[in-house]
Design a protein around this ligand. Structure first.
Ligand code: CA
Length: 417
């Protein structure tokens, strides 16, 4: 597939993250406009609420774009999603007869602030990156038992917190919690000393599934509304003390950052790629009828208070062992019901090489090999004032599909009474 040309000139350059091929969905606010749904095109946002008011876009009898979330559109289902995308292409493509009617509703991105693009119904975080799981397992159990015996059979996950999923740009306070220092006989309470990021993709479930009713991998794929970048902030020291026997709890509950633009499945279609070869035959309910991953280049930038960004990781979403549709099929296999707005974290996406590791605990090998940043600072974990930025891009022939940055700065822990 090649670049689809738009009359919005800035959308036609080969390095623009938001060409007509992309059309990602977000929620924005300006000094004069209340928070509402918009679609990115070049360096502009089309105000869909006003476009809907003016009769240029109509998906349902009642307005769906005048609210600060995309859940109402999700609930209309995949046919409506396809209709919306087709209509937006019609309105924004080069030579569109409606150009003069649509142009007044374009807002410069520089005049807008992005908010959470949807109401997160529930958040489930998986652990489906094999390189990450092997690295963590090697650190804590040795290379021999690196992968738990269930790992190649089950997309392992835990139920996280929807309440603390925040949009890119939101500052994160270092969490307080219980930790046990090596050699101590009792835990202490205070700011986490081993704060980490995790590079993940988030899949947004757009369709409900019924209680008691499993869905197939193919159906699960159809249920996914789109994808975002996701940073699953993790307090390694809190996690080490609390995780047995029920898994992570407070170590992951304080914050999860996502990028502001929902990149649709339709936009990613040309970049489909298969999961790696299976090392153990999967049970039939997890079989994939077609490629279910995407070729998306991912990178992580780290910046201290006074230095420039350093790229500390470069990897690809295609490194996942289980795809989001497999995770979703597994999630419903027990009869667990899914809701529009459910968010599934992929699990940390590391590649096989050292500079492809998607977390600091891997990059610094549990703090034993600190990394060096531009300007000379070294880091084993995240310090106060540090900024982490996740980036993602799928590269086509003369165009690219960008995700927009997922960035956050760490603030000091709140003083605990
Ligand atoms: Ca995670």
């Amino acid at each position: 597939m090649t670049l689809m040309k738009s009359w919005v000139e800035s959308a036609n350059s080969a390095d623009c993250p938001f060409p007509l091929n992309n059309l990602p969905y977000g929620v924005f606010v300006t000094n004069s406009l209340e928070a509402r749904c918009g679609v990115a095109i070049g360096d502009m946002i089309l105000d869909l609420s006003t476009a809907e008011e003016e009769g240029l876009v109509q998906l349902a009898e009642d307005p769906v774009f005048d609210v600060p979330y995309w859940n109402d559109v999700m609930e209309l289902g995949p046919e409506a999603w396809a209709m919306l995308r087709a209509r937006l292409i019609e309105l924004l493509e080069d030579g569109a007869p409606e150009q003069a009617a649509v142009a007044p509703y374009l807002v410069a991105m520089t005049d807008a602030r992005m908010e959470m693009p949807f109401v997160v119904a529930e958040f489930t975080d998986f652990y489906s990156g094999k390189h990450h799981a092997v690295n963590i397992g090697t650190m804590f159990r040795g290379a021999q038992d690196a992968l738990p015996s269930n790992w190649l059979h089950v997309p392992i996950g835990y139920n996280g917190r929807a309440s603390t999923v925040v949009v890119s740009g939101t500052d994160i306070a270092r969490p307080n919690g219980q930790t046990l220092t090596t050699g101590a006989d009792a835990p202490a309470f205070g700011p986490s000393a081993r704060l980490d990021f995790e590079l993940e993709m988030g899949a947004i479930v757009g369709c409900a599934s019924e209680l008691g009713q499993p869905v197939t991998v193919a159906q699960a794929d159809e249920m996914i509304f789109g994808y975002v970048l996701l940073n699953d902030w993790s307090a390694r020291d809190i996690q080490a003390w609390e995780y047995q026997p029920l898994g992570p709890f407070q170590a992951k509950a304080f914050a999860t950052s996502i990028s502001p633009w929902i990149v649709t499945r339709a936009a990613l279609e040309p970049f489909r790629t298969a999961t790696p070869e299976r090392e153990k035959e999967l049970l039939p309910y997890l079989h994939e009828p077609k490629p279910m991953l995407y070729d998306i280049e991912l990178s992580v930038l780290m910046r201290t208070k006074d230095a420039t960004d350093t790229t500390i990781c470069h990897t690809n979403y295609s490194e996942m062992y289980f795809s989001a549709p497999q995770q979703l099929a597994h999630h419903t296999s027990s009869g667990c019901a899914m809701t529009p707005g459910d968010l599934l974290g992929s699990g940390t996406i590391s590649g096989p090489k050292k500079d492809q590791r998607g977390s600091l605990i891997e990059l610094s090998w549990d703090g034993k090999e600190p990394i060096t940043l531009e300007g000379g600072a070294t880091r084993s974990f995240v310090e106060d004032g540090d900024t982490l930025t996740l980036l993602g891009v799928a590269k086509g022939d003369g165009f690219q599909i960008g995700f927009g940055a997922c960035t956050a700065t760490i603030q000091p822990a709140v003083k605990f009474p």
